[in-house]
Design a protein around this ligand. Sequence first.
Ligand code: GMT
Length: 375
Amino acid sequence: MNIGIVCYPTFGGSGVVATELGKALASRGHKVHFITYSQPARLDFFNENLFYHEVNVSTYPLFDYPPYETSLASRLVDVVKFEKLDILHVHYAIPHASAAVFAKHILASEGIRIPVITTLHGTDITLVGRDKTYTPVISYSINESDGVTTVSESLKRETLTLFDVKKEIKVIPNFVDFSRFSKKPKDHFRKVIAPNGEKMIIHTSNFRKVKRVGDVVRVFQKINEKTPSRLLLIGDGPERINIEMLCRELNIAPLITFLGKQEAVEEILSICDLFILPSEHESFGLAALEAMACELPVISSNTGGIPELMVDGITGFMSNVGDIEKMANDAFLILEDAETLKRFKSNALSQARKFSIETVLPKYEAFYSSVLSTF
Ligand code: GMT
């Protein structure tokens, strides 16, 4: 197939899923065209089946807000025509689904037909999508898409509750590429950071309020009171400065390392013992899945799609959002002795294997075929 993929090219979960999906489809022989405003973060190598088309947003003194959606729709029309794409797969509703539907209508007026598949990821529905100013456009774009997927059953339910959706929604869970995300022999790195055998705790996110990174720090503080530990924080975002302040206020700043945005996340996960994901909302929790693939048990909230990934008491523990006390106690249960930790690590890996790219990719290919066959 000749597939167009639209996504945010950043480190955010939806962009990561879209890019990894495109790379995997290309390795199975499909031609994959990324249409984005900059080179996707994980698209950093040459493959004869991968193509990148930049969306240029022109500025003009009149534009306080440059019309990105218009530029994207125009670029989609151009790429579909020139590259003769079979299908457009857009990730994240705003503004990708609406731009794709717009492009589809323009192309139809010229006698060119192309189906649009929209994958909803989370905040496009649960946070941004809740904003009533976007509701008519999101509902319309979902209903005008030829196929719609969500990354969890939970997100499907929320989409149906929040929007007037008449389209059937197919759930295809997120996935992990074990050729990249698996435990790497990096113990020398661990010895530098935790020379006295401290436990290594980790969290990765884009430091938005929804991630509750403050809870990560408070849970860590409690863990450290019982078991000497170090905390690694990967990622960056609007809350980072507040989190740095919190670490200083709690007098634990020397135990916490802010690593910022990192490429080789799997190497850092490999030197850790426990991953914390206390989000207010999480439609799937890709970061937790990648951690589990590197053999890390997870302490998380029980919100959104997390219970579809985690097995409580087996791969880690889930708690109500904000229950720092329970999260810390659960963490201590996991870290208490070497045998227990080993068991949780192995359980986390077994569960992650259910979400391997080899298992999930055929679901997308089958979905593309079924949409094309009824289009
Ligand atoms: O929250 C993020 O990390 C980014 C965000 C996105 O859309 O870019 O992630 C959402 O999509 C991920 C990939 O499908 C999911 O794993 C995340 O759970 C989801 N984030 C939220 O629901 C908060």
